[in-house]
Ligand binder design. Structure first.
Ligand code: ADP
Ligand code: MG
Length: 258
């Protein structure tokens, strides 16, 4: 894990002067578990800097698609390209993809600052650089004053912001979020939606965001895709989907209260 130890490999953080986001292409990606096909030749291009949401019922393949991109689900067939390079053979830890999941496990015995700095430590960064990057990451999620606390001393929303800072601390150009607000109550979820939107604008990475909450997706995303049974049923801007649902399934799914 130490071969990305130089600061050059990490880039500058945060750099809002350009679109830093990566372009992602899924090219006929399939995934089978024995007889069960959970992704059917899925092709999808996500543009650099885009906020892209994947929605669809439980079991439709959203997490599997993210897993293929993150590297912990090997595809049965197909190519996954980041900025034009096929990454299927690249080990997950070398992909430099930030991740925030619903069950964001913070290390309970470490301070907030140590939690955020952990990915940098794993990459062999020096103490000075870690301190500097952690400070910026804390500022980005507005937790400057809480760096010395333990996770248990934070609210659920604050813990989620720590997870966001930890995913962003090594300046990934691609950030994957799988139901990151799923464990929070409704008020907190709405507050965090604003936070995530603000964060992405400041951070400039490409974001792929999985949620089963249609309103959340429509609020956050530039474009979204509705998944059904391992296929992309429709892709478009929230407005396109709501005004021109392409299938009966999309229309009824978007119409459901979440
Ligand atoms: P979603 O995130 O949309 O709820 P998933 O991608 O988690 O859906 O799952 C898609 C389908 O793949 C489901 O039917 C699920 O049961 C199946 N699945 C996921 N992971 C595995 C696995 N490791 N082994 C067998 N089936 C799996
Ligand atoms: Mg899932």
């Amino acid at each position: 894990m130490n071969d990305m130890s130089s600061s050059q490999a990490l880039g500058t953080f945060p750099d809002t002067s350009r679109t830093r986001g990566a372009r992602v292409e899924f090219d006929r990606v399939s995934k089978d578990y024995g007889e069960l096909t959970v992704l059917h030749e899925t092709s999808l291009t996500i543009e650099a800097g885009e906020f892209f949401a994947l929605i669809g019922p439980s079991g439709s393949g959203k997490s599997t698609l993210l897993g293929v991109l993150a590297g912990f689900v090997p595809p049965s067939y197909g190519a996954v390209k980041v900025d034009g390079t096929d990454i299927v053979a690249v080990p997950p830890y070398r992909r430099n993809i930030g991740m925030v999941f619903q069950n964001y496990a913070l290390f309970p015995h470490m301070s907030v600052a140590e939690n955020i700095g952990f990915p940098l430590k794993m990459r062999g960064c020096g103490k000075g650089e870690i301190a500097e990057r952690v400070k910026k990451a804390l500022a980005m999620v507005r937790l400057e004053a809480l760096g010395e606390r333990r996770p248990a001393q934070l609210s659920g929303g604050q813990q989620q912001r720590v997870a966001l800072a930890r995913a962003a601390v090594y300046d990934p150009r691609l950030l994957l979020m799988d139901e990151p607000l799923g464990a929070l109550d409704k008020n907190l979820r709405e507050e965090m939606q604003d936070e995530i939107k603000r964060f992405q604008r400041a951070f400039g990475a490409t974001v792929i965001y999985v949620t089963h909450d249609q309103q959340e997706a429509a609020f956050l995303a530039d474009r979204l895709a509705v998944m059904r049974g391992g296929m992309l049923e429709q892709i478009g801007t929230p407005r396109q989907l709501y005004e021109m649902p392409g299938t009966h399934f999309v229309a009824s799914f978007l119409g459901e209260a979440s």
